[in-house]
Design a protein around this ligand. Structure first.
Ligand code: TRP
Length: 341
């Protein structure tokens, strides 16, 4: 049986510790997670095992993992309410992932658009892990009997695949083998676009660094990037993603930070210029990130405290994950070390 969280929904998500986290990760994911942690049983991971599908420098990977973890906590994720952990510290992710490798089909993995994009860029030596990566993600989700998975639009297909595999195994081994999860797509206001190419999502690995606001950018860098943000050749400030993606993105960022409606924001800019919008957005972002940056740096100075938080969270996560692995092992016919059947 699935672990008991009472009537609470289980919510799980994760971010890869590659490069530096961006304003997109913060507004699109972490800031929303903070709101969810009081009402649901939440698991928020730093998915280092996903990161190595692309070659990583070991010390950079370690640093990015600490940074992501500290950012979660600095942003307000409370280890007393939610479970915050590093994926590789819970070995059950790798265990379940192997099982799922044996129930997923090559055909369905070949249809993953992210795989098609990334493998096209990987040249002739494509790591197998890039291909099977969605199964590690499926394991992440299914281990904790997750109901909802907050993800961006680009990860929806992976959650759909997770559903298909869960249903496949449920029909073979019983309907309560896995909870079938649903993707939980953040509202449009939280989808932060690249400042230079506002039709593309803000990325940790953008070609042009000016397109991304990194969580450890200085106020000056943030201001400069917003000043240079791509807009359009008109002058009117209104929300129109098709015609005015750059201006709309700045309005969205303001809405995500302040909670104001786009309508109210637009009304405030009647008769004003793009320069005002850019500077205001920069000021809001700087103000929003300042306490977070300060706290992140403090936490990074105190790895002992971070390790204590991790240990506690990882133990709780592992207990849940182990139950799931045992349930699955037993159903597929593995002999559990604890008892003969
Ligand atoms: N694949 C996700 C991404 O690249 C990260 C991720 C890994 C994830 N495991 C997850 C997200 C489980 C949600 C749930 O963005």
């Amino acid at each position: 049986m699935a672990a008991d969280h009472g009537s609470k929904q289980v919510i799980l998500s994760g971010i890869q510790p590659t490069n530096r986290l961006t304003l997109g990760n913060y507004l699109g994911a972490i800031k929303n997670w903070v709101k969810l942690q009081s009402d649901a049983a939440c698991y928020f991971m730093v998915v280092d095992q996903h990161a190595i599908t692309v070659r990583q420098d070991p010390s950079e990977l370690r640093e990015a993992t600490w940074f992501a973890l500290a950012s979660y906590i600095a942003a307000g994720i409370d280890a007393e309410k939610a479970s915050i952990f590093i994926q590789s510290q819970v070995p059950q992710h790798a265990q379940l992932s192997w099982i799922l490798n044996c129930y997923a089909y090559v055909g369905e993995l070949s249809r993953m658009t992210q795989y098609k994009d990334k493998s096209a860029k990987a040249g002739s030596n494509i790591p197998v892990g890039l291909f099977t990566y969605p199964l590690l993600m499926a394991a992440d989700i299914l281990l904790y009997d997750s109901h909802l998975v907050p993800v961006g639009e680009d990860q929806k297909q992976h959650v759909e695949l997770t559903r298909d595999i869960a249903e496949r195994m449920n029909s073979l081994y019983g309907a309560d083998t896995f909870v079938v999860p649903k993707p939980f797509i953040a509202k449009i206001a939280a989808r932060v676009m690249d400042l230079q190419t506002p039709t593309a999502k803000m990325s940790k690995s953008a070609v042009n660094e000016n397109g991304s606001i990194f969580l450890n950018d200085t106020p000056k860098q943030i201001e400069n990037k917003f000043k240079r943000a791509m807009t359009d050749s008109e002058t009117e400030i209104r929300f129109d993603i098709e015609q005015k993606p750059g201006v709309s993105n700045l309005l969205s960022i303001q809405a995500a930070i302040t909670g104001d409606s786009i309508e109210n924001l637009v009304a405030r800019y009647v008769g004003k210029q793009y320069g005002h919008l850019k500077l205001d957005t920069a000021a809001l972002v700087i103000q929003e990130l300042e306490p977070l940056q300060k706290r992140t740096q403090e936490l990074l100075q105190d790895k002992g405290e971070l390790n204590r938080i991790l240990k506690k969270s990882a133990e709780a996560a592992q207990a849940h994950a182990e139950k799931t692995v045992q349930r699955v092992y037993e159903r597929i016919g593995f002999i559990l070390p604890t008892g003969a059947r």
